[in-house]
Design a protein around this ligand. Structure first.
Ligand SMILES: [Zn+2]
Ligand SMILES: [Zn+2]
Length: 251
């Protein structure tokens, strides 16, 4: 599996980091996790044929995780895509879908075959020999999903946006790569929305992934990256990496 962190930023403007998106390539078959603003551009920097994208998993419907889906659809249409595109996400996808295709951009409807798959809180999808499972993340009132991809003994977990969440920590137990958000620094914050370095250190100590890549990085976190990485690593054996846009990780 080859993982490319397409976007590692947040909703805060950052010229170095676009919003959330991860490309997972398994035997030349790409799976896209989240499509925030800037992700289509990043995608075009790493794939030679955008019409290979046929599976898109959305974690939740905050703008920084889904806003480039519309531009991706337009690009797929203009690229002459004929194959079916599958989009997966929590059930609230229905309202978002109606807003996009019935209200805002009805001219996009029917341009190419696209099928919605609503995911329950604990669900599983098979894509060729890979399995994609989900659990709910802890992200305020938002119905959101963390994803785990398993393929031939290799495993990747993407936390999505989340506060520390027992189910995700268990989900990530012993994985090869945990891609976890670290949105803000330690200190006082709104409860049950995002994760701080000290909170992520506890998750790493529990899950003991081989590697962890920090994403969803606000400028304040990036500004003290060395300290953040040291806190997250703690005394674990896990390799701790600060994610950056277009970072490639072999799993
Ligand atoms: Zn969010
Ligand atoms: Zn976000």
């Amino acid at each position: 599996m080859k993982v490319t962190l397409l976007g590692t930023g947040t909703s805060y403007p950052d010229p170095e980091r676009v919003q959330s998106g991860i490309l997972v390539e398994i035997e030349d078959k790409p799976i896209l996790l989240d499509v925030g603003s800037g992700i289509l551009h990043r995608l075009l920097q790493v794939v030679d044929d955008v019409t290979k994208i046929q599976h898109v998993f959305l974690s939740h419907f905050h703008i920084d995780h889904c806003s480039d889906f519309v531009t991706l659809c337009q690009t797929l249409w203009l690229s002459g895509l004929r194959d079916q595109v599958n989009i997966y996400g929590p059930p609230v996808m229905d309202q978002w879908w109606e807003g996009v295709f019935d209200t805002a951009f009805p001219y996009l409807k029917g341009r190419f075959p696209i099928v919605r798959h609503k995911l329950s809180k604990h669900d599983q999808v098979k894509i060729n020999e890979a399995s994609v499972r989900c659990v709910p993340s802890c992200h305020g009132d938002m119905d959101s999903r963390a994803y785990r991809i398993d393929w031939k003994g290799k495993s990747v977990v993407y936390s999505s946006d989340t506060a520390p969440c027992d189910e995700i920590a268990d989900f990530a137990k012993g994985v090869d790569l945990l891609i976890h958000e670290c949105n803000w620094l330690d200190g006082e914050h709104e409860k049950r929305v995002h994760t701080s370095p000290t909170e992520l250190a506890a998750i790493v100590a529990h899950a003991e992934p081989l590697k962890v890549a920090l994403v969803h990085l606000s400028p304040s976190v990036v500004g003290v990256a060395e300290s953040v990485l040291s806190i997250v690593k703690g005394t674990s054996d896990t390799e701790v990496m600060l994610g950056h846009d277009l970072m490639e990780i072999d799993v």
